[in-house]
Structure formats: C-alpha cells, structure tokens
Design a protein. Structure first.
Length: 569
C-alpha cells in the first residue's frame, strides 16, 4: 500500500523485513512473472523467499568474510531479484554490473570491488566474461599473483552460460531458516556508474540511503499493491533498482520481465503496466513505430476529429501495451519537448524526472504531470532539498545521498560541499513554482577559437526537436564555430538522402536563428553508423560519450567543408 505521509518514509524498513512480511502474510500471491522459451514462469512471494533462503544458505556455506562484494552480471530476471535478496540475507554487499559491460569495465569492477563470486545471467555476448574468468584463473596460478583463488561463477538457469556452478546445483541445499535483518547503516550495494568519462566510480549506498528513496517513492508516486511494473531497464542502473525493484518490496507490486528484445511488445502487452518508465531513445522508437504505420499528416488529421481522434489515440495506446498506465515517465537523458507534446496528443503524458546514482535517482519529477512544465525535470520530491549554486550548478541534499565513492576518499570529499550538498555537475535554473530546468553540464561547456564559451545541451535539445534525429553531440573546442555531429533514426536512414539533407538544413537555419552569434552552428555532420554501447560511443544508460566521440572523430571534426550538411560513412 502507498504511504500516507513522508513521516512514514522516515521510518525505513529493511527489504528483508518486507520479504519476511509478504512471505508470512501472502505466500501464495504472485510476485514475479518471468517469460522463458519454455513458457511463463510465475514466482509467488513464498517461492521467492524460499529460493532467496537457499541462495543465502549456499553463500554462507562458502565462508566468505561478512561484507564480501558479490557481483551480478545479467539482464533483468526473477533470478536477479532472488540473488539480490540472498546477498542481503547472507550479510554481503551486491555489486550489479551492466549486462553490456565490456572486458575492461568488467575487469576493473571485479578487481576494484574484490569480488570472489559473480552470478551470470542472460547476456547478448559471453565473450567478455569468459575472457575475464580465464584471466582470473591464469592470475591465480601465477607465482606473483595477489589472487589466491580464481573467480567463482554461478550461472542462472538459461542456456549458453559457462560457469563453475549452475543454478540447480547452487540451490540444492537446505534453506536458511533464520530471518536476518541488516543494520540500516550497513553498506547494501556498490553501484558502479556507467561513466561517460574515465573508469566507473563505485557509488556506495547503505540500506538506509537507497531504501529511504524507494520507500519515499511510494508516497511521491502513489505506488500500491495493485500496480504492475515492467522490469526491463537495467537493474544495474539506479533508477530501476530504486523505483522498480526496491519499491516492489515495500508496495507488494507485481513485477513482469521480458524474455528478449524480439518479444518486448508481446511482454509489455501481457503485463499491461500501470506504471511505465522508459528512456528517450525507446520513446523515440515507439513514436517511429507508430509513424511507420500511420503518417504524421494522416495522424494529425485523425486526431483532430472529435470522436475518431479519441478512438485512434486509444488504439495506439493499446498497440503499445501501455493504455492502462496511470503514470508514464522518462529519465536518464533529456526528452525533446516536441516528443512529449506528440505523445500527449495520444493521451500519454510523459513525466520527466531527474536523479543520479549518487542520490538514489530520487531528485525531481514532473508528477503530477503539468503540460505547462514540459521541458523541465519537475520539482524536488518531498524530503529532497535542491539549490542552485553561484556558478549555476544544481546541488542536492537528502537522506538518499550516497555515503561516498568506494576506495576513493578524494573524489568523495570533492563531490560534497562543506554543508553536505551533493555537487551534481548539472547546471540549471529554478522557476517561481520550484520547477527546475537543466541548462547543461559544467564539464561539457567548451570554448571556441574566438574564446567564447558554448553550452551544448540547449542546442542539442533544439536539434532533437527534429524527429529524424536520434543522437546528437554539439562540439567545437578551438573551432571558429560549433558544429553538430548526429545520427539519424533507423527509419530516417532508409529515406531519400536529399530529403533528409533538406530537413536538416531547415533545422540548422531554425536553430541558428535563435542563437547568439558565437553559438551558431557552422554545419551538421551526419554519421551513417549509429552510436551504440557496442562501439563504445554510448554508456549503458544510452548517454553520449562526448569525450570518446570528440577523440575518435577528431579528424572529421577539424576538417574543412564547403557544405552545411555533411555525410560521413
């Protein structure tokens, strides 16, 4: 049930106490639905608790020191949730890793966190983890190695996973019978930020900090035991962890997972989520999917008809599988206002929110949705104090702030002000109603050849108003004028090149007309190959890695061109 007030949120319950509560009060109630190649598998609260107790018992039998860091590398699944509970139960600390992590990132995290064991689930490729395991084995055998044992691996019950132990073997043990509860000040998890620059940082959250946010979200978002949530955004990411996984423990919601990318639409329709959180790139893909079947011109006409318009909008919502949602949300990166307004015409009001790994993703939200605040990240949640510093930086203080970066006191000290506010690195402004707009990142501001500073984020947002643009990076350090590098949407890449060039030229002229002279874009460079996680141009949360793009395409950026729209392979 939702909380009645923030006073209740201040009394933070342990996720484990919530598990024991539902195990006792409603053991037969369905908690998770996991689609597999063998059909739909349902897990009741009783079954979930039993499996968590078995995994915890096995972890305890391995005699790792209390507080050992146990890694999870997997796409979302029921087993992910069970293992997370078991790690808590066994007195250890979870280290979730993005399923898309490459070999260097995996190696860094596992060594930095000194993980003795890793659970491995469904992945698109097992090359990276297989190589890491081989490296660990070789290190353990070398005379000068600091590693006494190779990395233990446990496979979730899916095909194609190489591991020392498989799921059925691991849970072949008598369950833990006690009901251990962890102290609120103990470390619950270390979440390594995906990082658009350098090595990821290990964000340390206690049971209190991250669970305060999860429990407070019940009050702020009205989450209750009748809700159905889709868990498909990475559980290694703070938003999914706080607002989906942990909140489900408090509200007794039902969680639905996705079998694969190919079955995504089917699985969403099966779930009929009442709360649906997504990211800008997926919202754009939803839009493109609609426009492939129905042109914008025809859609606009149909929506303008009083009776027909409502039926068309309802049909589109049903086709997307999100017609029963009472809250649609977007985060991770800015969502173009034009896209929010487009969905609003369909009766889908997308509330943008903002948060960081460092503050448990619990910062601001445009909830309840306000049309006049489109383009903002909403206002601060109750219990969250936000201010704008003299240099325009957004700074935040709340109970859900991290306690620091793992093994890095210097960065921890630098990220907090003397009076305890978290330095977010985002620039912003607050209006008279308390709604906040992000105007850029402090570290993204660059200086042109003329010595003028340019903030790229607002310019990128204007370019993204053109629906054919999927990814954009405005850059221009030491150039006479800034330029825009971009990738087209999948659908636009198949369209006529001349038509696309004309559309982008119109966008260039429109954007430049609203900018000061030193901000105006000299040209647009179009990349045929998309920027992705695989080619290391996007983070696992689909943010553009600006520094990587600038370095990799340095020659293209600094070259001389006569055209205003330039195409690159």
């Amino acid at each position: 049930m939702p909380l009645d007030s923030m006073n209740e949120a201040s009394q933070v319950a342990s996720p484990l106490s919530q598990l024991y509560k539902w195990e006792a009060e409603c053991p037969e109630r369905c908690y998770m639905k996991q689609p597999t190649t063998r059909g739909l598998v349902e897990y009741s609260w009783g079954e979930t608790a039993l499996l968590a107790r078995k995994v915890a018992a096995k972890l305890l039998s391995l005699n790792y020191p209390k507080g050992s860091r146990i890694a999870i590398l997997a796409k979302n699944s029921a087993e992910w949730m069970i293992v997370d509970l078991a790690i808590m139960m066994a007195g250890h600390i979870s280290v979730p890793i993005f399923a898309t992590a490459g070999k260097s990132t995996l190696s860094f995290i596992l060594k930095h966190a000194e993980c003795p064991l890793i659970f491995i689930g469904k992945l698109d490729s097992y090359d990276a983890i297989n190589a890491i395991v081989a490296d660990f084995e070789a290190d353990a055998l070398s005379e000068n190695s600091k590693i006494s044992k190779p990395l233990e691996t446990v496979a979730f019950p899916y095909e194609g996973i190489n591991a020392n132990l498989h799921w059925e073997q691991f849970i072949d043990i008598e369950p833990l019978m006690e009901n251990p509860i962890r102290d609120a000040n103990e470390i619950m998890t270390i979440i390594y930020t995906s990082g658009s620059t350098g090595q990821p940082k290990g964000v340390v959250h206690t049971f209190y900090s991250i669970c305060w946010a999860a429990q407070a979200s019940l009050y702020s978002l009205g989450v209750n035991d009748g809700d159905r949530l889709m868990s498909y955004l990475p559980l290694a990411h703070i938003t999914e962890r706080t607002l989906v996984e942990l909140s489900s423990f408090y509200a007794c919601t039902t969680l639905h997972f996705v079998e694969s990318l190919d079955t995504f639409t089917r699985d969403v329709k099966s779930c009929q989520p009442t709360l649906f959180i997504s990211v800008p790139r997926l919202w754009t893909k939803f839009q493109m999917g609609v426009l492939v079947k129905l042109s914008q011109k025809k859609l606009k006409f149909l929506l303008s008809l009083p009776f027909v318009g409502k039926k068309v909008a309802e049909k589109i919502r049903n086709e997307l599988g999100i017609s029963n949602a009472r809250l649609w949300a977007s985060g991770s990166a800015p969502l173009a206002p034009a896209l929010i307004e487009w969905f609003s015409q369909l009766g889908i009001n997308i509330s943008e929110g903002w948060g960081m790994t460092e503050n448990s993703a619990f910062g601001t939200a445009n909830v309840p949705f306000r049309q006049d605040k489109i383009g903002s990240i909403g206002k601060a949640y109750d219990g969250v104090d936000i201010r704008i510093a003299e240099d325009g930086e957004i700074q935040v203080k709340s109970d859900c702030n991290m306690i620091g970066y793992y093994k890095d006191q210097e960065k921890t000290s630098g990220v907090f002000t003397n009076d305890g506010y978290l330095r977010t690195g985002d620039k912003g402004e607050i209006d008279s109603d308390g709604y906040i707009r992000i105007t850029g990142r402090l570290k993204d501001i660059f200086k042109t050849e003329k010595g003028k500073y340019v903030t790229p984020a607002p310019i990128e947002a204007m370019i993204m108003e053109n629906p054919i643009v999927e990814q954009v990076c405005v850059t221009g350090t030491n150039l006479p004028q800034p330029i825009a590098l971009l990738v087209l949407s999948e659908e636009a890449r198949a369209d006529d090149k001349d038509d696309i060039s004309e559309s982008l030229l119109n966008t260039l002229e429109s954007v430049n007309a609203s900018l000061e002279s030193h901000q105006r874009l000299d040209r647009i460079i179009v990349f045929v190959q998309e920027w992705s996680i695989d080619n290391d141009l996007l983070t696992p949360t689909l943010k553009v890695k600006r520094h990587v793009i600038e370095e990799r395409f340095k020659d293209i950026i600094t070259d001389k061109y006569s055209q205003k729209v330039v195409w690159k392979a």
